[in-house]
Write a protein of this length. Structure first.
Lengths: 334, 300
């Protein structure tokens, strides 16, 4: 297991090198170089050439790539064109909200998806099973941004149950500790702010969690159906164990193993969904930062956002692999 | 004598096999027996007909603005209402079906052609070629797909065509992985070995012998991916990177209606419903195809 873990960490290196090459090449072939963007279209050629020289843009591509990687390793992603702040700081500021939103949406997906999938499997071909599978089909077919808009319109605009955008009520402030709004509010003992942040995050979490919820319900159902047919479940039942014990101790635990993988995979996908959800609900997270930076051609920030997101996905995938092996002792990695 | 017996036994088995194969209903007939495939197929057929005859069906010009009809709620003259420019939502949704299907099919085709070729080559040649293919797919899958698509659109410039290309590119590794995996198991089979022994060229082995045997999972993935591509292209348009004003594209319509959610709910609601219905169609059809082509997964 340890050897496998070390090997997997080493396997991450070529992937991360590839990610850096992709980002570097991508940023290079996007029309307009950094010097032109910094000085504007009307800059005189001499100052443009001087800045290009200062930034190393007149160097061969491989030298530029080397400099780019060296800087990134030191955490230097360049300066944001819009705010003139270091790009990593912009990302660092926005990232926790996206993490918080992703975790809450996974929580929504787990809390709803797993019990629905389990119940559907236990009552296969019943009305509940059919209805839940129709709901799953609709759930995976709904664009996140539309789900968000509908939730916002009905539960926010019409029924006024939840706020329709932003992260805190007007006039509220919160001192940043971890960057996770709900956690920071709790750490500071400010329940009013905690309540406000949580209320603001409910609709985005449901919208972002709708697809993982549907996927999880479907996955839990199909795995549960398979597990229920296994010999060890039959043995457990014939031993005279109570159905509840059979379900929880034998069936559910084995069902959860592949579901954990789905949770991990969905966490990676959520970063994409966050771009749309944060745009709909005007949340100042990483996704919204990425889209505003792309539209403003603030490529230093785009670069930082993409590299950090890719790193997160690679690490999440590794963590899921490890967790998978931990949960299922039958899995032996060599 | 025992040899003669076994020979006749073999002949009998073969003839039984032949009869069994002959009795197996055609793919089309099996599809007709699948409720999911039929419902999905009918939905997709209906949407395709709407897209093809959009100009004849749509009651109004989808682009023409009419300021006296601004923000009209659903009524007999405008069954799905009008938008902020007085354009008929129903007509725009009908014309939008063209863009949606085009986006789904084009993006999916790009991913399919690139992914299948890369996966075939990697799986078939193995060694260093395969290492490069695996590395390439791993790297692409490490990116959040929408961010990757946004970067591709930034490179080519915003627009519906470039959004389709971007979505096609980001879906490529999925096909590459699927095909590579299938090829790895197929290339050890006797019929491939036999083809090699009689001197069939690698190109012909890949496309004539291996590819047809990978078709079942590819067809299923292709059907499901069309729905996915429609949603993602609409997502890029929603973010302002895909279809531009005044193209009647569902994602762009949703984006336009966002500012009127509380006062004119119909602008964003109906294009979203159109996306959901279309994607459901492809998803049901994909599920039906999977049931037929891969009976092991039936009912999952």
């Amino acid at each position: 297991m340890r050897r496998y873990f070390i090997r997997r960490i080493f396997q991450m290196i070529p992937v991360l090198i590839g990610v850096s090459i992709f980002v570097f090449v991508g940023m290079h072939i996007i029309p307009g170089d950094v010097a032109t963007l910094l000085l504007g279209d009307k800059a005189n050629p001499e100052s443009l050439a001087r800045l290009q020289h200062e930034l190393g843009l007149d160097q061969p591509v491989y030298v530029q790539y080397y400099r780019f990687v060296s800087k990134v390793m030191k955490g230097d992603f360049g300066i944001s064109l819009r705010t003139r702040q270091p790009a990593w700081r912009e990302v660092w500021w926005a990232l926790p909200l996206t993490v918080e939103l992703s975790l809450l949406s996974i929580l929504v997906a787990v809390v709803v998806g797993i019990p629905v999938g389990m119940w559907a499997a236990l009552r296969q071909y019943s009305m509940f099973d059919s209805l839940s599978m129709v709901a799953v089909l609709v759930g995976v077919s709904m664009p996140i941004f539309w789900t968000g808009l509908i939730l916002m319109m009905v539960l926010g605009g019409r029924l006024h149950w939840f706020p329709i955008g932003g992260i805190l009520d007007e006039g509220m402030t919160l001192q940043r500790i971890t960057g996770l709004y709900t956690l920071d509010a709790l750490l500071q003992g400010d329940l009013k702010v905690f309540n406000s942040a949580l209320k603001h995050l409910v609709l985005p979490s449901i919208a972002l969690g709708s697809i993982p919820m549907a996927t999880m319900a479907r996955m839990t159902r199909s795995t549960m159906l398979e597990v229920l047919r296994q010999d060890y479940v039959r043995t457990a039942r014939s031993k005279g164990l109570a159905e509840r014990v059979v379900m929880i101790r034998h069936a559910l635990r084995n069902t959860l193993i592949p579901v954990v993988t789905v949770i991990g995979l969905q966490l990676g996908l959520l970063l994409s969904g966050a771009v749309l959800t944060e745009t709909v609900f005007a949340l100042p997270g990483l996704g919204r930062l990425a889209i505003t930076s792309i539209l403003a051609r603030d490529y230093a920030v785009v670069q930082a956002a993409v590299l950090i997101s890719a790193l997160m996905i690679v690490v999440i995938n590794l963590a899921v692999d490890m967790l998978y092996a931990y949960l299922d002792p039958r899995i032996h990695y060599t | 004598m025992p040899n003669a017996e076994s020979a006749s036994a073999n002949r009998a088995t073969r003839s039984l096999e032949v009869r069994a194969v002959a009795k197996q209903p055609s793919l089309f007939r099996r599809l007709l027996r699948s409720r999911s495939a039929v419902i999905g197929g009918i939905l997709i057929l209906a949407i395709s007909l709407v897209a093809v005859f959009a100009s004849m069906i749509a009651p109004y010009d989808p682009i023409k603005q009419s300021f006296k009809d601004q923000l009209q709620p659903p009524s007999l003259s405008h069954p799905l209402g009008t938008d902020e420019f007085g354009r008929d939502i129903l007509s725009r949704i009908i014309h939008g079906a063209r863009w949606a299907l085009l986006a789904g099919i084009l993006a999916d085709s790009i991913a399919l052609i690139l992914g299948v070729t890369i996966g075939l080559i990697g799986g078939f040649y193995g060694g260093r070629v395969d290492v490069v293919v695996v590395w390439l797919t791993d790297v692409m899958l490490a990116f959040p797909y929408l961010l990757l698509a946004m970067i591709v659109v930034s490179i080519f410039g915003p627009g519906i065509r470039n959004a389709m290309i971007a979505i096609g590119i980001v879906y490529t590794p999925q096909y590459a992985r699927l095909v590579r995996g299938t090829v790895l198991s197929l290339k050890e089979k006797e019929f491939i070995e036999a083809a090699r022994c009689i001197g069939v060229s690698p190109f012909r082995i890949m496309f004539r012998h291996i590819l047809p045997n990978c078709l079942a999972p590819i067809i299923v993935m292709a059907t499901l991916a069309i729905g996915w591509a429609i949603v993602q292209t609409a997502g890029l348009s929603f973010l302002g990177l895909g279809a531009q004003h005044p193209t009647p594209e569902w994602g762009a319509m949703l984006s336009g209606g966002r500012n009127y959610m509380l006062s004119a709910w119909w602008i964003a609601t109906f294009p979203g419903l159109a996306i959901v219905v279309t994607v459901i169609g492809f998803n049901i059809l994909g599920d039906g195809l999977r049931d037929v082509l891969d009976p092991y997964l039936r009912g999952r």
